[in-house]
Design a binder for this molecule. Sequence first.
Ligand SMILES: [Zn+2]
Length: 187
Amino acid sequence: MLAQFQRVGSGLFAQGFVSSQSGNLSIRQENHLLITQRHCALGSIGERDLVETGIAKNNRATPLASTELAVHRCIYRKTPALAVVHAHPPYAVALSFMERQVIPCDMEGRSVVAKVVVLGKGMTARAGDFGEEIAEALRRCKVVLVEGHGTFAIGQLLEEAYYYTTAFEQSCRILYLLKGLMVDLQS
Ligand SMILES: [Zn+2]
């Protein structure tokens, strides 16, 4: 269990998809979830960094959980997800200011994530915001993007949600490069 969190957390950190204390991961265990704790360093997750709490009910550990706990809970209530990965991948976040939806044009992105909606347009997102909207959007797609904030991806395993996050960020990077090439060609 811990090893899954460590593999995904260190992968996200190594690629610059989270800062030293941002991003959060969780898995569902029946009526509970296991989630990284508040201000957890995803690059070096230890056993004490994982908090178990209810999906519907609080317990003594709840205050220690990630500040995005409310969003993870909404996702588990509304979707069949068994794992959630939240990250701040820079190309995706940059595109979130420019687009209402992101449609990958590369082969892998097209087949893996197809289309990603951008939520919270024109609003300043804080941790824990837009839980209902994020969960609703994730009933139709594997990844959603919150403007100026980051991605939420779901899967049956953390590795699966991590893969969608990395494939989508790769697509955003390609879109960003293409936009730059078009500007160069026009000038
Ligand atoms: Zn965040």
